[in-house]
Ligand binder design. Structure first.
Ligand SMILES: [Zn+2]
Length: 281
């Protein structure tokens, strides 16, 4: 144990500042999105089977809804630029900008060097949940995704229906890539409907039964052409455990919706990040 300095309390008492104040970001015009979403018609729909994943394309200017159906179930979402898989959802930067959990009005940012809003969250029926007494909230960008490597380390057994493997199989099937190639594109997820936080005493990542119920959905607007790949986590509602067949699991559904012609006239798709890429060299 190290010596406690005489001014330890004073150092701890220093007030925090926000790392990335978001006032400088381009503002999401939520009144605009609200008007556009009044005109939506359904274009396509895919079911994500329990303990498995599915993929769907969402053209720029259309909306993706992820629906809870049949039972309380969380999903692990990967998002790609449909025309360039190297541009993908950047969970860590989204967390740095918007916090540990995301909801209506916040953006899902893409990886370097493009770093732009791939999607805007336009509706979330769990928006009421807020932050509970344990510090838990919904739709986290903290967790990575359940995977067979961590499972192997912790239990000594191989389990093949973790979200990482489900996403890998679904991306390979959709893109024609081999499993090995597809696996390299799978990335840290948006944990849709998952209720998580950090324990106050040990700072550990915790999960608890998701508040999602059939009929709930989260909706995003595709700012660029998107490929969405979603796994229905083997953890089910994540009230007890994942990385096994123990939990009750339910399907999820992904639905693509198109706004009426002319409603997007004011919308300007985000350009790639304007940094000059010289890195000071
Ligand atoms: Zn999972």
């Amino acid at each position: 144990m190290t010596d406690i300095p005489h001014d330890a309390d004073a150092r701890r008492a220093v007030a925090p500042v926000i790392c990335y104040p978001t006032d400088g970001l381009p503002v999401a015009d939520m009144q605009f999105y609200a008007k556009v979403r009044e005109t939506l018609t359904s274009v396509s729909r895919v079911t994500v089977p329990p303990r498995d994943a599915a993929a769907i394309s969402v053209p720029a200017g259309q909306f993706l809804r992820i629906h809870s159906v049949e039972g309380s179930q969380v999903g692990d979402l990967n998002l790609f630029n449909a025309n360039d898989l190297s541009e993908r959802f950047y969970s860590g930067k989204t967390r740095a900008l918007h916090g540990t959990h995301v909801t209506t009005g916040e953006r899902l940012w893409s990886s370097f060097p493009s770093m732009r809003p791939m999607a805007t969250i336009t509706y979330d029926t769990l928006n009421w949940y807020g932050i509970d007494q344990y510090g838990g909230s919904v739709h986290d960008v903290i967790g990575t995704r359940c995977d067979p490597y961590t499972g192997r380390l912790l239990s000594g057994e191989d389990y093949h229906h973790c979200c990482h493997s489900n996403l890998t199989r679904a991306l390979a099937a959709h893109s024609g890539l081999s499993l090995a190639e597809a696996e390299h594109h799978v990335h840290d997820v948006l944990n849709v409907f998952m209720c998580t936080g950090f324990t106050r005493d040990t700072g550990q990542y915790f999960m608890k039964a998701s508040p999602v119920r059939p009929g709930d959905y989260i909706e995003i607007f595709a700012e660029i052409d998107l490929l969405a790949v979603l796994s229905a986590c083997p953890g089910g509602d994540c009230s007890a455990e994942h990385s096994s067949d123990a939990a009750a699991c339910y399907p999820l559904e992904m639905e693509v919706l198109r706004p009426a012609d002319g409603t997007l006239d004011r919308w300007v798709p985000p350009t790639k990040n304007k940094y000059d890429l010289s890195h000071g060299a």
